[in-house]
Design a protein around this ligand. Structure first.
Ligand SMILES: [Zn+2]
Length: 376
């Protein structure tokens, strides 16, 4: 049986599942530095056992990041992972680790501890078989992806520039496709400043910020262009103080998703061009883009073609898809890099209490990754 065959990795399924169980039990929400560092230290030891050289990248305001290297120099492959989850400490009591048939459940099992288990499985197998890697391989394990990668963006971009291929081990789509396109994400706040007045005695002296916002919301939503992949959604509204006061302030927060730079610009200009309807009202727009769109560039198309060819040689039929959610692959794609995302396991329910992976997909993905790291 060939080392790289999915069937070989199926024989190592218990090992990969045990890695995943250990990671899930070490709860690691983005905001819990102590929990993140505990998981990071466990991973550091685990990656050393797989032959990696581990470097800790200490952070004051977030969990520490970790860089693991096999070989030195530039070129080769960078593997991106985040160790944080959206699930607060204690979630494990409500959504305990459990295996049912082909599914493994638990906080972060899919997003994205399952992807880390794939990387560990692939590199441990190559290490055990004393395979010499033809080019350097590095893993980044970062702690703040779910909150916008504020402290990890810089090391991610810095290391991405030094490698030929970048693979992000985020989960596959529910149907198992790799991700070759992701929308860019913007978070904006639009605030109306009106003028407060007594609602009964002198309402004419007031400027009702809530009424003004009611005029603006349809204009904001009109910036969406579903046919071009652009969505705009006002998700939060707050304003006013008491019923007998003409409200001075009203604020909305919106989520914007775009597939390309032109749409990014169009929405920005549209928000900047909003003008108040009521005399005396003022509009303030704040916020911006958290992640640029990941468009299917020629470099990304070539990376997918290579993965599909190598996958086919293993009997794995790979498909690709574009998705609405962003990841750290967006930053890397904006640098022009050959990045592929969704190399983690198949599953469903990310960010929800019923998040799970399909256990069979651990072996297929580990086989694919091991082949991507060793074949031309
Ligand atoms: Zn994720």
């Amino acid at each position: 049986m060939s080392l790289l065959a999915p069937s070989y990795f199926r024989g190592r399924r218990a090992e990969m599942l045990e890695d995943l169980r250990q990671m899930v039990l070490l709860e690691s929400p983005s905001t819990d530095k102590a929990g993140l560092d505990r998981l990071g230290e466990w991973l550091a030891a685990r990656f050393v056992a797989a032959g990696g050289a581990v470097e800790r990248l200490p952070q004051a305001a977030a969990g520490d990041h970790w860089l693991v290297s096999w070989g030195s120099g530039e070129g080769g492959t960078l593997l991106l992972h985040h160790i944080d989850t959206v699930h607060p400490v204690g979630s494990i009591a409500e959504m305990p680790w459990r295996v049912e048939g082909n599914r493994a459940y638990g906080p972060g099992a899919l997003d994205m501890k399952g992807g880390i288990a794939v990387t560990l499985g692939a590199l441990q197998a190559l290490h055990d078989a004393a395979v010499t890697l033809p080019a350097p391989v590095r893993c980044l394990l970062t702690s703040d992806e779910e909150t916008g990668s504020r402290t990890s963006r810089e090391p991610i971009e810095q290391w991405a520039r030094r490698h030929e291929w970048i693979f992000c081990l985020e989960p596959a789509t529910a149907g198992g496709a790799l991700k070759t396109g992701r929308k860019g994400t913007g978070l904006f706040t639009v605030e109306v400043v009106g003028r407060a007045a007594h609602a009964g005695n002198n309402p004419e002296e007031g400027v009702n910020a809530i009424l003004e916002m009611a005029y603006q919301i349809p204009r904001i939503h009109a910036l969406a262009q579903p046919a071009r992949g652009t969505t705009v959604a006002v998700g939060v509204i707050e304003g006013g103080t008491r019923t007998n006061v003409v409200p001075e302030r009203c604020r909305v927060r919106l989520d914007v998703r775009v597939v390309d730079r032109e749409e990014q610009r169009r929405v920005e200009e549209g928000l900047a061009a909003l003008r108040p309807v009521l005399e005396g009202a003022r509009l303030e727009t704040r916020g911006g883009w958290n992640r640029p769109p990941m468009s299917r560039t020629p470099a990304i198309a070539a990376a997918f073609a290579r993965a599909a060819r190598i996958g086919a040689s293993l009997g794995l039929e790979l498909r690709e898809a574009s998705v609405g959610g962003g990841s750290d692959a967006n930053f890397v794609a904006a640098l022009g890099a050959a990045v592929l995302d969704g190399l983690g396991p198949i599953g469903d329910g990310a960010h929800s209490p019923h998040e799970f992976i399909e256990i069979d997909s651990l072996a297929d993905r580990a086989a694919l990754l091991a082949a991507l790291l060793t074949e031309d």
